[in-house]
Ligand binder design. Structure first.
Ligand code: MN
Length: 192
């Protein structure tokens, strides 16, 4: 049985980047529904005793969709903290970014480009490949680069429910503000 994660901040803790109303619906309703659907589908699937990451890697169909969305949202919500201007990466992730992209602005530019152009519902991920290279990818629906053996580090939810109450059709503004609430200590903790 999966459980709804507890957020490490209050519903209004990410304002004004993401409103309390969005967090309340997104975590308390959307994510809760994925968790419930997963728990309803798991019994007798042969996957019910596996950790969530393994369920995502080994499942298809409705179980994959709900397990993927549960994992994706867990990683999304747990990577945030209260907003700060000029919030920038530190430590291991900063070194990887500088080595591979030259600087944080270049990484942001490429990640933003992928996020603004993703067609339909999905996610944009920053992940680490098996040979320790950063990779930015557009993933449709419930997909996660963990299914290719990558380690997921950072993600933006591009499903409209993630930003529509706060930004309506202004997706670029949501993406631009997203960088202010990234907890880079959490991102570093995801690097093996
Ligand atoms: Mn979502």
């Amino acid at each position: 049985m999966e459980k709804l994660i507890t957020l490490p901040y209050p519903d209004n803790g990410l304002e004004p980047v993401i409103s309390a109303q969005t967090i309340s619906f997104h975590h308390g309703n959307h994510l809760q529904t994925y968790v419930n659907n997963l728990n309803n589908a798991l019994p007798n699937s042969g996957l019910e005793n596996l950790p969530l990451t393994e369920i995502v890697k080994q499942s298809t169909g409705a179980i994959f969709n709900n397990a993927g969305q549960t994992l994706n949202h867990n990683l999304y919500f747990l990577q945030f903290k209260s907003p700060t201007e000029n919030n920038s990466p530190q430590g291991k992730i900063a070194s990887l970014i500088d080595t591979q992209y030259g600087n944080f602005d270049q990484l942001k530019k490429q990640f933003t480009q992928q996020s603004t152009t993703l067609f339909g519902s999905g996610w944009v991920w920053l992940s680490l490949t098996k040979d320790n290279k950063l990779e930015i990818s557009q993933e449709p629906n419930a997909q996660n680069p963990i299914t290719r053996g990558n380690t997921p580090l950072l993600t933006i939810d591009i499903w409209e429910h993630a930003y529509y109450l706060d930004y309506q059709n202004k997706r670029a503004e949501y993406i631009n503000n997203f960088w202010k609430i990234i907890n880079w200590d959490v991102i570093n903790s995801r690097i093996a």
